[in-house]
Every structure is written in structure tokens, then in C-alpha cells.
Design a protein around this ligand. Sequence first.
Ligand code: UDP
Length: 239
Amino acid sequence: MSDSQTRRRVLLKLSGEVFGGGEVGLDTSVLTRVAGEIAAAVNDGVQVGVVVGGGNFFRGAELQEAGMDRARADYMGMLGTVINAVALQDFLESAGVPSRVQTAITMAQVAEAYIPLRAIRHLEKGRVVIFGAGAGMPYFSTDTVSAQRALELRCDELLVGKNGVDGVYSADPRTDPEAVKLDYLTYDDALRKGLRVVDAAAFSLCQDNGMTMRVFGMVEPGNVTRALRGENIGTLVTK
Ligand code: UDP
């Protein structure tokens, strides 16, 4: 087996909230920092795929509440994720890391189509692969897609970066002063307690197929690199 086939390979899920710094649009200072932190891990030999969310532009469910057709609104949401993907590619290239964007909705002038074997080849060559447009299907979320991509690309771990929290809590820490951070959790517990760190479909996919998930805080500088390298931060979720 060649060296590139034995290296740690991870799938990082970044929500739109991260890209927008909590606002609509892009926060370039956050993008610069996150790209630099990804670059540090890639330079150590970690193979990194990234699934990007799009909540900093549109969420289908919210547009539906405002009266739009759900499927059409979801396509708008998916297009928002592509904007984040292209933005991250640009900041990664500036940080000296070669990268490719692959989208689940084909748009040849902007990105490659999602082709799993080609994605694996890019990863083996040290390129970051950024996955945009979710699953290409309405009624899905980028959380679920991150679990699916992690499985299909044979990643060692799914890493979920969060803006507001540094891991999974026993209850919502914003409303419950008794909430404590958990270092370890099973998928059964997460689903039974209805913990919404990622959606239930993402938890189920990981549980059914034995994918480990680590939920960690994005705000602490250096945490993205730590998580990508495999340091024990945040909350580990296993079967
Ligand atoms: N979306 C979709 N199918 C997918 C992935 C995303 O329809 O496979 C749409 C959906 O409307 C969603 C929006 O894209 O609200 C943005 O994605 P998501 O909410 O997962 O982004 P995040 O919350 O991670 O920023």
C-alpha cells in the first residue's frame, strides 16, 4: 500500500454560519483563518474533504415559511453552498493549498461534478476537495451529505465544526445553566435525547455504518487544525 493510501483522511463539515460569521454573506477574516488552519493539517499529510453548508445565504425551510415552494427554495439553498465552496477554494489557494470543488448539481464552468473516485484521487494527491450543492436533492441537509461523503470516500472520521459551542452538551447550554459538556457520547444517546448538533439522519447514517463523529468548537484558534490532526478535543460520538 502506498503512503498516500495509509494517511489519515477526514471529512470536515462547515456550516454556513461559519462562513458568514453569524451574518448573511461571507466573513473573509474567518475564511482566512479557517483556510490557514486547514493548510496546516494538509501540510502534515492529512487528507481533507470539506462539505459546506449554506445557511449564511438561504435555508429552504425558512423560505418555505415565507411562502415559497419548498423544493425551489431548497435549490436556492444548495446554490448558496456552492458560493461558500468557491470562496473556500479561493482562500485555500491563497494559503498555498491546491483544492478542487465538486458539486452534486453539475455546473461545469464553476466546478467539477461529484465523482467519488476522482475525489479520492485528489485527496491522495494532497488536494482539499470541497463538496458543494449538498446531495443535489431537495429535503436533504448538508449534515446528512457530510455523513454520506465521509462514508463513500472512506474517511477515518467525520468532523463537525460548530460556531457557538465547543462540543455536545447534555442540554442546550444557552438556556440550561445545568448543561455540561460531554467528552463522549453514543449515537443511541444522541438520538434518544434528541440532541440536534447535526440532524437525526446524519447521526443515523453514521450509526448504521460505523462512522465516528467528532463535534468541536470552531472559535478557539487552532481547533480546526487540532481536529483535522486527530487530537482529542470536543465530543467524540461513536456507536
Ligand atoms: N439543501 C438541500 N439539499 C441538500 C443540502 C442542502 O435542499 O442536500 C438546501 C436546504 O434548503 C438547506 C440549504 O440547502 O436549508 C443550506 O444547507 P444547510 O441548511 O444544510 O446548511 P447549514 O445549516 O449547514 O449552513
